[in-house]
Design a protein around this ligand. Structure first.
Ligand code: 4AD
Ligand code: MG
Length: 442
């Protein structure tokens, strides 16, 4: 293939030139002396048209016998054609099979979700996963830009840790040279010292939770971005979460229209995501959830009734969020149902200075955050109440002892945000290779 290789996405810069496209055959249709191939190269799709007038009989025969997902190189002239998928067409002059494919397992018929996830290594090539993962990439870049532009410093937190951050029931334990170690549930504890060294910091990496739940929101391995800010209070934290979410939605609308269209996402729903987001205290939320009509809804759905003072269940979150076209920020939950590190509200010490952001359209809680306890004595008390081993938290207490200051932050779960923005049902579709209670393959 003597003509230069170009990506399908760049064909528009090569109209009337001869180029080589290397990719995979996704469709083939032949009609007598002419064959139409649709090629995919990871950057786009284009149609290649072969005619017995332009290629020899043997080549034409090889083209018409080529199986779905055969990898090929095609040399030909680029023609602008509004009717062709992608707007450009290749007139085939030479054709080469790189690796033939027969019996490609993913066909055009409907497959069950389990089958598709068993073939995730191949399913990645298809339009839906392709669009979702390109949007994920855009969101990751937008997250990094957001924090860099606001002078946050990236501080990577460790994955192997000696203690729990978010409760001991979901820890993955590993053997660390004869001692137990745990896969990180959150980088937060390591960012708290770092914000007192760099002022504004964030970490962004994989986190692990041995979640026994099979809901569409839960993965056992997921990515979380966590900012932490010295001197910040709850209002500042809520404003930052709101700005970040609006920034991510805005970026995807601006740069990933093609992918949103493939996913048939209702973009009007996304265009509504502009600050300010509604804010509701837990106590106001509890009042709504105990209204007779909402109690009846829980009964009808067979969900446990909401008990004032308890954490919100999935249905409670849905009921609260559904009246809003923007994410809803629920703040000041009872301290008892939240993590050990949350600062009590000075106005009502039974409540924590914390926030859960609830996404519209039933996507649950993409963001959770709080102000952190900075008083060493109170923190020690909380560690004891939560049966957490003080020895593993000595360093964490040190941060309070040596000039500790108020600080706050939050965690945004990447897959929940990707699932919501893409409008896909399950968070497992929002990560290249999902890990759940039932899946460790491929
Ligand atoms: O609310 P969480 O547990 O908060 C923390 O981990 C804090 N340490 C964060 C912080 O303040 N720095 O988790 C934060 C977010 C959730 O809102 C959710 O989006 C996501 O992480 N998340 C999960 N995503 C997928 N699967 C799971 N099992 C998840 N658990 C939490
Ligand atoms: Mg949470």
């Amino acid at each position: 293939m003597s003509a230069p290789r170009v990506l399908i996405r760049h064909l528009d810069q090569h109209v009337d030139q001869e180029v080589t496209v290397a990719g995979w055959v996704t469709h083939l249709r032949s009609k007598g002396k002419i064959a139409f191939l649709v090629l995919r190269d990871g950057t786009g799709q284009c149609q290649a048209v072969a005619s017995v007038r332009d290629v020899d009989a043997q080549t034409f025969e090889r083209i018409t016998r080529c199986g779905h997902e055969t990898s090929v190189k095609v040399r030909g002239q680029v023609r602008a054609d509004a009717r062709a998928p992608g707007g450009y067409e290749l007139g085939v002059a030479a054709f080469e099979v790189v690796t033939p494919t027969e019996d490609y397992p993913i066909g055009r018929k409907e497959h069950g979700t389990e089958f598709l996830f068993d073939h995730r290594h191949l399913w990645l090539r298809h339009r839906g996963p392709w669009a979702v993962l390109r949007i994920r990439d855009e969101i990751v870049k937008a997250i990094r830009d957001f924090f860099y532009d606001r002078e946050f410093v990236l501080i990577d937190s460790p994955i192997l840790t000696p203690a729990a951050c978010e409760g001991t029931s979901t820890l993955f334990e590993t053997d660390y040279f004869g001692e137990p170690a745990y896969l990180s549930q959150s980088g937060q504890l390591y960012l708290e010292p770092a914000c007192q060294a760099f002022s504004k910091v964030y970490c962004f990496g994989p986190t692990f939770r041995a979640e026994k739940s099979k809901t569409r929101r839960h993965l056992t391995e997921f990515w979380m971005v966590e900012p932490e800010i010295a001197w910040a209070g709850l209002d500042e934290t809520m404003s930052l979460a709101e700005e970040l979410i609006a920034h991510l939605v805005g970026r995807v609308l601006e740069r990933r229209a093609e992918e949103l269209a493939i996913l048939e996402r209702d973009t009007a729903r996304l265009e509504a995501i502009v600050p300010p987001f509604p804010r509701l205290s837990y106590d106001e939320a509890a009042e709504i959830l105990t209204r007779p009509e909402n109690v009846r809804r829980a009964e009808q759905a067979g969900a446990p009734p909401f008990e004032p003072g308890s954490d919100l269940g999935a249905l409670d979150e849905t009921i609260l969020a559904e009246g809003h076209d923007r994410p809803l920020m629920v703040h000041r939950y009872p301290s008892e149902v939240k993590a050990f590190y949350m600062e009590p509200d000075p106005e009502n010490p039974s409540r924590a200075l914390c926030v859960d952001v609830l996404a519209p359209e039933g996507y649950g809680e993409p963001v959770g955050g709080s102000v952190r306890i900075h008083d060493a004595a109170l923190l020690e008390k909380r560690l004891r109440e939560h049966n957490l081993p003080e020895a593993s938290f000595r360093w964490f207490l040190d941060v309070r002892r040596f000039g500790g200051v108020p600080h706050a932050g939050f965690g945004l779960g990447l897959e929940r945000v990707v699932a919501w923005i893409c409008g896909i049902h399950h968070a497992r579709e929002a990560i290249p290779y999902p890990r759940t209670l039932q899946r460790l393959y491929p």
